[in-house]
Design a protein around this ligand. Structure first.
Ligand SMILES: C[S@@+](CC[C@H](N)C(=O)[O-])C[C@H]1O[C@@H](n2cnc3c(N)ncnc32)[C@H](O)[C@@H]1O
Length: 248
């Protein structure tokens, strides 16, 4: 497969998780970011562990189809590996990451990967959507929206989440996270995230969920969300929540 000439945050995360699906350009960017900020592996492990707990919770509540936005690399404990009985459609906008994901999932009849701009549901191939998220709009599903909110401004994020609420069936779930203001103290690292990068305090995030209702767990540092035992000792760089569209 042709190598990427630009780094991707998704493949940098794969590097930090100890995966094998990234390129030298991603490793160089990850190392430069760590020089400006500090070690990242434990932070992204804790974020991936949150994904595991929240996806397991959704599956245990009965959802057996997942639509994943800004999916990145479908490995290292990603959705189809956690919800091993469910069907999963991963989507992203980065063509290199999409091709990588399609290669990784080529042998799966339970998980697929396609283009999808989270801000425009119409960009998802309807055939893929209905194959991997059967009953979309009619049956409760899990929507996974992790690592993405930071790249959308408030108005776009609020509109996107509201359109997802409208499109999903009652009883559906939304797993979501956002970046805290952790990088404020690290201007060089912040600059590496680009001009569109948004950090938010927890109080500013809750209203953006609109009609989605956070569970009683609240919006908390991801390491603390429904954790058994002591949370991982990592900076509170990411907050997360599980929200529902109540069954009517
Ligand atoms: C920080 S990575 C997160 C990857 C993955 N969710 C994870 O947690 O490992 C953000 C991903 O969002 C994708 N992305 C950015 N804007 C997007 C959009 N409007 N719609 C869908 N994906 C987008 C990027 O291409 C990238 O793969």
């Amino acid at each position: 497969m042709a190598e990427a000439d630009q780094p991707s945050t998704a493949r940098m995360i794969d590097f930090w998780l100890g995966g094998e699906h990234h390129f030298p350009v991603d490793v160089a960017a990850a190392r430069a970011f760590e020089t400006a900020y500090g070690p990242c592996a434990a932070i992204f492990r804790s974020l991936r562990d949150f994904l595991g707990r929240v996806v397991r919770s959704i599956a245990d509540a009965g959802a057996d189809g997942f639509l994943v936005f800004g999916a990145g690399v479908p490995a290292q404990g990603n959705v189809h590996e956690v919800a091993s009985e469910a069907t999963v459609l991963y989507t992203d906008v980065d063509p290199v990451t999409i091709r990588l994901g399609q290669r990784l999932l080529a042998a799966s009849d339970r998980a697929g990967y396609g283009f999808g701009d989270a801000t425009d549901l119409g960009t998802i191939d309807p055939a893929q959507l209905h194959r991997f998220v059967p009953g979309w709009g009619r049956r409760p599903v899990g929507v996974v929206f992790l690592g993405l909110a930071a790249f959308l401004d408030d108005a776009t994020l609020a509109r996107t989440l509201d359109e997802l609420y409208e499109a999903t069936a009652p009883g559906s779930f939304l797993a979501i996270d956002f970046d805290s203001e952790e990088l404020t103290g690290y201007p060089e690292a912040l600059a590496m995230m680009g001009p569109a990068f948004r950090m938010r305090p927890p109080a500013a995030f809750a209203p953006l969920l609109g009609r989605w209702q956070p569970t009683a767990d609240g919006i908390v540092p991801v390491a603390e969300w429904r954790v058994a035992g002591r949370p991982a000792a990592v900076p509170d760089a990411f907050y997360g929540a599980l929200a529902t569209k109540p069954a009517s």
